[in-house]
Design a protein around this ligand. Structure first.
Ligand code: PMP
Length: 394
């Protein structure tokens, strides 16, 4: 049977990561995957997470099944974190998922079960897995633009594109720290997007993967909360991979907001049914860790301080790279970089130039030009700036 299988496509980001793994140059620098690294290049377990794990290990008594929505306390804690304590509580439901990707997939299944073949609009460029997840669930995908010529958010262009989305459509928006560009809408832009959603009737589907790593936790959740307060229905995919550093524990949550209690309960059951046929129930560990942190004032304060420190380091990396690119005479790229937010930035380099960066300078970003700003060890920023400048031609 397996002889019949044609060669399947491989994942472009992981292909580059494997290529990096076999690169023997001492100066090699991996800026491909979206993973936070500390100044020494490690991806540490956060102290609040470590402490929660110790407490959990000490009181662990049973690993019995949790139920179809996973860990109920986790779902409550994430609802309160994302929407604000008590906000929208009477018209929201949350189901624990296998990380942000699992939330995207379950919500895509929910859309398909509600209205097969629905069109979901995604940004161009988008997170590399948005289209595959939506299409695997049986949805149609259309795109709207995202950036202007200078690497910032293209307000007029995005509003014009999304004015073509209709009442039966869903629009996938990243709530903050847009992957791959780092270009985010302003609050005025978000307000205009919310008005457009209300006027045209499309349903916002917000993907939250980097909250806390842009302008701070509350500021990064502002857009999601603003949309939630304006629109009758909304879907939210939440990842705890980056802001709790729980990448391999696969921790996340799918949230639905509906116009009636009845529709929300139906949506919750449909999400459970979708999970049941994919993996039955999500793993407990990461959800228990997050709940332990968020239910304890001291651990929450420690986690928020660590998250702020991570954000501060990303900002410091970004401003040093900006200053050095400016000093190399590349004012335009430096200006774009300075306007962007969060873990990623898109370099204004062609795929050929990204290949040269890899071949000649052992610097690995994605072929499309994305680099992980949070992945640069402190002492390597000058060498990154030199490599980019060399490829850009000075
Ligand atoms: N959405 C976006 C925008 C992402 O960048 C990512 C991870 N890179 C995810 C969702 C999924 O993250 P995970 O499944 O690891 O939680």
């Amino acid at each position: 049977m397996l002889e019949l299988l044609p060669p399947p496509p491989t994942d472009p980001l992981w292909d580059l990561t494997y290529e990096f793994g076999s690169d023997e140059r001492a100066e090699r620098l991996n800026l491909v995957l979206g993973v936070y690294r500390d100044p020494s290049g490690r991806t540490p377990v956060m102290a609040a997470v470590r402490e929660a794990e110790i407490r959990l290990a000490e009181r662990s008594e049973s690993k019995e099944y949790r139920g179809l929505s996973g860990n109920a306390a986790f779902n409550r804690a994430l609802l309160a974190m994302v929407l604000g304590p008590g906000a929208e509580a009477d018209r929201a439901a949350a189901v624990q998922t296998v990380a942000g990707s699992g939330a995207l997939r379950l919500l895509a299944d929910l859309i398909c079960r509600t209205r097969p073949g629905t069109t979901v609009w995604i940004s161009d460029p988008a997170y590399v897995n948005h289209r595959p997840i939506l299409e695997a669930a049986g949805l149609r995908v259309r795109t709207y633009g995202w950036c202007d010529d200078e690497g910032g958010f293209d307000s007029a262009g995005v509003l014009a594109d999304l004015a073509r989305a209709g009442r039966d459509d869903v629009v996938l928006l990243q709530g903050c720290c847009h992957n791959p560009t780092g270009a985010d809408p302003s609050r005025e832009d978000w307000a205009a997007l919310a008005e457009l959603a209300v006027r045209h009737g499309w349903v916002p589907f917000v993907d939250l993967a980097y909250h806390g790593l842009g302008d701070g936790l509350e500021a990064d959740l502002w857009a999601t909360r603003h949309l939630a307060a304006r629109v009758p229905e909304m879907l939210i995919a939440v990842s705890c991979s980056k802001n709790f550093g729980l990448y391999s524990d696969r921790t996340g949550c799918a949230i639905v907001l509906g116009a009636s209690d009845r529709s929300v309960r139906h949506a919750e059951t449909a999400l459970q049914n979708a999970a049941r046929t994919l993996y039955s129930m999500p793993p407990e560990h990461g959800a228990a860790v997050v709940t332990t942190v968020l239910e304890d004032e001291g651990l929450t304060a420690l986690w928020r301080a660590e998250l702020d420190a991570m954000r501060g380091r990303i900002e410091a990396n970004r401003s040093e790279l900006t200053a050095l690119l400016g000093a190399h005479g590349h004012e335009g790229p430096a200006r774009s970089l300075a306007r962007q937010r969060g873990m990623f930035s898109m370099l204004p380099l062609t795929s050929q130039e990204m290949l040269r960066l890899r071949r000649e300078h052992a610097i690995y970003g994605t072929t499309a030009g994305r680099i992980n700003i949070a992945g640069i060890p402190a002492d390597r920023i000058p060498c990154l700036a030199r490599g980019i400048a060399a490829v850009l031609g000075t």
